[in-house]
Write a protein that binds this ligand. Sequence first.
Ligand SMILES: [Zn+2]
Length: 409
Amino acid sequence: MNQKTLRKLFKEMGFVRTGGSKEEKECALKIVSYLDKLGLKAKLESFKIPDAKVLEGRLLVDNKEIKCCGYRLAKDATISAPLYYLANWDDGSLSQVRGKIVLFTGYLNRSRYEELTKHGAVGFISTNGTLIDEDRDVDDRELRPSVAKDLEILPGVNINIKDAMKIINGAFKNATITLRQEKIEVTSHNVVCKLKGESEEEIILSAHYDSVPLSIGIYDNLSGTLGILGILEKFLDTKHHYTLTFLFCGSEERGLLGSKAYVKKHQKELDKVRLNINLDMIGTSLGNAIAVCTSDQKLVHFVEYLALIKGYPLKASQGVYSSDSTPFADSGVPALSLARIAPLDSLIIHNRHDQMKYMSMEKMKEDIRFAYELTKIMANAKYLPVQKEIPQNMKEEIDHYFHRSKPNK
Ligand SMILES: [Zn+2]
């Protein structure tokens, strides 16, 4: 894939495409039609996601209206309570939240939500954004079923962090959250395309193509999407031993839902899957390449050696990467994620700053080239030495990642 084509595809698919939206499907169809032009048949595999349309989401702090987004799938309510700013998640601070609406900065995750419900909070306010940005964007968030599972459902809203600071600087007392929504179900899609090899055993290359609501998702993760398309093109006219499955995942940003749906639907065929190579965020101008292997250490060393041999600077490690490689590893398939991590990563993803100006088509090509070299070696191995077993320490890390257990402190 040359630089011109890369730029063209970034432009054509660079729009907000959240999991389950019609824009996400539009992007899926663009991938299908690109593959069609290459003479390949791709399949759309759909899966359902519970969702909600927020009809009313309001936040009043001492009767002053604050711009907010109501959490989808949170509890419908009109609730007034004392407002508490939770600056720390320590036991002392948490002992203060009972009966209160709790304001905290940043994301809501499973362990935070567990603490809030356990300590008797009656509502929550999270934030997005940075203090130094000009914008006052407010992210549209959901109370994910995986976050709220088996816990009390609370009403909640999200606000911009600059408004949070304003609230905290004022002599705030009470907050009122009003949330009203209509429960719906939306459909998201995975795009699957196979290049048959001599063997039925497969290597799966994956990348998610959805974005979060505030972002056109150039770096996260059209880059990886075009990355695996670029790899696919290099295999078009060559024979290879293992079958290569190219999986374009939907709804990764909503909790790895596409890859989870894939491993569930194809559970019986997973014993034929030998390896997953996932691309999530490549091709930025600044930043260092990494490989995170949810596998035994031997694969880490192999990737590291290959990178050195190819003159491609890369840091390889054993670990769990928060992307579509993890549901594969969780299903017993050794998986590795390749990425180029921007130095200001927290600032240019999941917001309006995820733009072409931070990308380099040179770097895109380098990253695709290395991912291809790795895939080529694996796809033509006489014997694929990667152990089809996830080591105990990785199993534990996956359990922590999915909040099925807590790390030892
Ligand atoms: Zn991503």
